[in-house]
Write a protein of this length. Structure first.
Length: 684
């Protein structure tokens, strides 16, 4: 396996909406570069990317796949990502591994929901961006309208670097060697637009161009071209047909000649330090410096074990390199350094800045951790990504008695792989809830539990994650006194409580003066208070957005013990809550529904009927609209099936937690009644 210098490495993530052809394009690029004998087929389940049995069954990607190819003396690392909303976490996680986000747009479908989201997320991570309009030779395609839709959605800085010709059977270059006729527009005009856009970031070059009227060769535009990419001043647009191969070799040339290498892209968003003292840290793509690498993907394989996939940002990783994980003090030795090609791997001797590699069987590796070879690199972290909050959930329980621990172990492995999966355990109801981004996300996870881990579980709808809070200030008091013949127990607590803004959580403040409660017992008071937070007084849901201020109390020099102040703190808090007008809060989610224009009335009416509020609409391509609104989560049970019915299968939606709001009285009464019955049943 040849070694490539950092200047001869390119890293790209293929991102975009589902069915835009990302996996087919990845196959075409690998085949054109000679990395595989021929392009595989998604329909036949023969692609390098989609090797998981579930991916072959669903006919689309569920996880990011790591690929590589060599073209014109350059190693190209590709990350092929899923495009359906339920699996978007895998695509977001890949952004920190690359310099360039290649946003793939279907010429037949245009700019879709995930297309827009990935463009925004890529810009937030300061990545260079490239738009690839795929399927240019499909029936009834209007490539000019597709380009106009891209420019309308993302700005006039999206300029074609080539154009389709002969009905999309080939493309003509608009930058390096402009010439020939395109299916629409003028190649010369496209070339001029590119030059004008690029020179705007270089004042000296602009002056030379405008004042002296000199022609500027593409070779002289490399540095300003890279600068324009870094600043988002230019987003090149390429046209391809992944199925026929039209424009694929030209795309490889664009990647090699114009995509930034690791030294030319914007620096990765590392920080050094903890909390408020953290400052920006720039890794230097220098192979001789200390190693700094970032784990952006974890795979748990029943046979291989845990596989940590990382991008090298600084230094060189070799076999036998000793690496630390985050702030850990125990190093591990790189026994096998792997270059991935889908599910297959090849051992390599070294990985330099820009390379994407993997190590296996290192149990302590986790998603988003930083690997380094020196304690000087302690407290270096990647700026956190903003993943959608997993809201769709099912309550799960093992089908066989005795499998409880296995369920916990398997869930832990699945969560280690996917940052958009979460597990919650309700101790009161003894309910374990698996949460994901949608029905398909949860369903595929349950199928993996069954097929890969041979674990069968039962499922049912989970309880809605309601919360409780208070709406007024109040005071509470309790004296705990117990005498059993020997040493007694004594503790007395006075406290005040007051509501906090929504989402503020819980605050505990010690305002005791004069030592009426000795300092060593204050943590015990807090412990007692926190015991109440787990189950509110109305319906037993967690209590939040409350400040507790302990301001007075009494102790006994002999009988005061920690247990006495735990009990006094708990009961004083309960006493105060009863006077503070407690209420139930329900989760409200932000929803975005994508649908054909003719169904807008049905969907907005349905959302309003579910106590929702429509906050706006956006026009997309081909008569589609995006409807945004806020709806109580409890009203969205079974919404996927209802939306499918309303739109004849052409609708899609995503949701993310927006805020908590006061539950209506009838719902509060219903929840309180159910809680009272549950408590009575427990007592009996």
């Amino acid at each position: 396996m040849p070694q490539f210098a950092t200047s001869n490495i390119r890293t790209l993530a293929l991102v975009g909406h589902g069915a835009s052809g990302k996996t087919t394009l990845a196959e075409a690029l690998l085949a054109a570069a000679g990395a595989i004998p021929a392009a595989g087929s998604v329909e036949r389940g023969t692609t390098v990317s989609d090797t998981d049995p579930l991916e072959k069954s669903y006919l689309h990607s569920l996880r990011a796949s790591i690929l590589h190819a060599e073209h014109a003396g350059t190693r190209i690392h590709l990350v092929d990502t899923p495009g359906y909303p339920d699996f978007i976490g895998q695509a977001i996680g890949a952004l920190d591994a690359v310099e360039t986000a290649a946003i793939v747009v279907s010429a037949t479908a245009g700019v879709e929901m995930i297309t827009s989201r990935m463009m925004e997320w890529s810009a937030d991570r300061k990545l260079c961006r490239l738009v690839i309009i795929n399927k240019i030779d499909a029936d009834n395609v209007d490539a000019e309208a597709a380009l106009a839709a891209v420019q309308g959605a993302f700005g006039k800085e999206c300029l074609p670097i080539n154009l389709p010709a002969n009905g999309g059977t080939r493309v003509v270059d608009c930058f390096f060697n402009p010439g020939g006729d395109a299916d629409f527009s003028s190649v010369a005009a496209a070339h001029q637009a590119l030059v004008d856009q690029v020179i705007e970031v270089d004042e000296e070059l602009m002056a030379k161009y405008l004042e002296q009227g000199e022609e500027i060769a593409p070779a002289d535009l490399h540095a300003p071209f890279e600068k324009a990419l870094r600043e988002g001043h230019l987003v090149p647009v390429c046209f391809v047909s992944a199925k026929s191969g039209a424009g694929v070799r030209e795309l490889l040339d664009v990647i090699v000649k114009l995509a930034p290498n690791p030294a030319e892209g914007n620096p990765a968003l590392f920080t050094k330090g903890v909390g408020g003292t953290a400052v920006e840290f720039h890794a230097e793509p220098d192979p001789v410096k200390h190693v700094l690498a970032h784990v952006f993907k974890v795979v748990i394989d029943p046979y291989v074990g845990k596989l940590g996939v990382f991008r090298v940002h600084q230094g060189t990783v070799t076999r036998d390199t000793q690496l630390f994980i985050g702030d850990g003090r125990k190093a591990f030795k790189v026994g096998h350094l792997l270059l991935l090609q889908g599910a297959k791997s090849t051992e390599i001797d070294a990985a330099v800045p820009g390379d994407i590699a993997a190590v296996a069987k290192v149990d302590d590796i986790e998603f988003d951790c930083v690997l380094h070879d020196s304690h000087d690199e302690d407290a270096i972290r990647m700026a956190p990504l903003e993943f959608p909050v997993p809201m769709h959930g099912v309550a799960i329980a093992p089908k066989r008695r005795g499998d409880e621990q296995r369920v916990s172990d398997v869930l832990h492995k699945l969560i280690a792989e996917d940052p958009t999966l979460a597990v919650e355990h309700d101790a009161q109801l003894n309910e374990t809830v698996l949460r994901g981004l949608g029905d398909l996300h949860i369903r595929s996870t349950l199928e993996r539990m069954s097929t890969q881990f041979k674990l069968e579980v039962e499922t049912r709808p989970p309880r809605i994650p309601y919360r409780e809070t208070i709406t007024a200030k109040a005071e509470g008091h309790h004296r705990h006194k117990k005498q059993t013949g020997g040493a007694g127990q004594f503790g007395e607590v006075y406290l005040r409580i007051e509501p906090l803004p929504r989402g503020a959580g819980f605050e505990f403040k010690d305002a005791v003066k004069g030592g009426t409660i000795p300092t060593q017992f204050i943590p015990a008071v807090q412990k007692g208070v926190e015991q109440v937070l787990a189950a509110g007084p109305i319906a037993g849901f967690p209590l939040q957005d409350v400040r507790v201020i302990v301001y007075d109390g009494k102790h006994h020099p002999v009988d005061s013990k920690e247990v006495a102040f735990v009990s006094a703190g708990k009961k004083a808090f309960l006493d105060a809550i009863e006077k503070a007008r407690p209420i139930v809060l329900e989760p409200v989610v932000h929803v975005e529904v994508m649908c054909p224009g003719e169904h807008v009335g049905d969907i907005t009416g349905d959302l309003s009927g579910r106590r929702g509020q429509v906050t706006g609409t956006r026009t997309l391509q081909a008569g589609s609209l995006a409807i945004e609104g806020q709806v109580p989560l409890s009203e969205l049970d079974g919404y996927a099936a209802r939306l499918k019915s309303m739109t004849a299968g052409h609708g899609a939606y995503s949701m993310a937690l927006s805020h908590y709001d006061t539950a209506p009285p009838n719902l509060t009464q219903q929840l309180a009644t159910e809680y009272a019955k549950h408590r009575k049943h427990e007592e009996e």
